[in-house]
Design a protein around this ligand. Sequence first.
Ligand SMILES: *[C@@H]1O[C@H](CO)[C@@H](O)[C@H](O)[C@H]1NC(C)=O
Ligand SMILES: *[C@@H]1O[C@H](CO)[C@@H](O)[C@H](O)[C@H]1NC(C)=O
Length: 258
Amino acid sequence: MAQIYHFFILFLLSISIAESADPTGEFCNKATKIKRPQISSNIKSLLSILVSGTTKNGFTISSYGQAEDQVFGLAQCRGDVSQEDCSICIQDAAKEITKRCTNEADARIWYDYCFLRYNTNKFLGQVDTSYGIFYWNVNNVTGVEDFNKSLGNLVDEVSSQAVKNGNKGLGKGKKKLSDFLTLYALVQCTRDLEPLSCAQCLAIAVGNFPTYCDNKQGCRVFYSSCSLRYELYPFYFPLDAQNTKQDAQVKYHIVSKA
Ligand SMILES: *[C@@H]1O[C@H](CO)[C@@H](O)[C@H](O)[C@H]1NC(C)=O
Ligand SMILES: *[C@@H]1O[C@H](CO)[C@@H](O)[C@H](O)[C@H]1NC(C)=O
């Protein structure tokens, strides 16, 4: 009996190890079918380069294959995430993207901690906001005067960090709104972008705030070139210990122009 029990525990353990986390979102571009098996094989090789490089450096761009079968890839972790979390995230991303986008040559996958994409078309260095995912806390901000203005100021501040050389596209910061409330914000551009392109992507993200994030207690925007998040609780690393996360109902919306 004890042995069976033991076996069962091991079995459960192996399931939980083999299983990878669900992404925040993915985009399998249906207009880009994989035309030759060589492309699938190149994607597989590219993914292993992206995973090992990103585990080491937090960011990798690479390509694999020749001529029409060449695939381009980019993988990046959020700049504040530990190497261990980054490694787990990017391995999950590589596993899930081929599972979910089996037939597409243009595929992208988002997690809170990392992002990965590949394409047979070269996309590096270009601002891409054709596909966006918006998550927001359904609860409205109450009792905070000029929330929108404070948010705007904080986002401006962290955006100017993100476009500075040496910051690897990352900006993060907080602002005290009252004795009880602190606003936290983080922006991240992909590291293949020039500062001007990073700024452009973030401006488009903020431009969508009135539509999806208006007066919301928290909101997240995910594009292929940048992402942006704000919350009334600490979420970026190192974690601010003073506050703890409240449970909140979150909804999301996908905008696709691709
Ligand atoms: C938040 O405000 C919007 C617009 O005023 C309203 O439609 C919505 O029901 C509010 N949400 C909650 C959870 O009260
Ligand atoms: C604040 O509200 C104004 C008017 O709706 C809008 O143009 C602006 O983008 C908002 N700012 C933020 C940060 O949501």
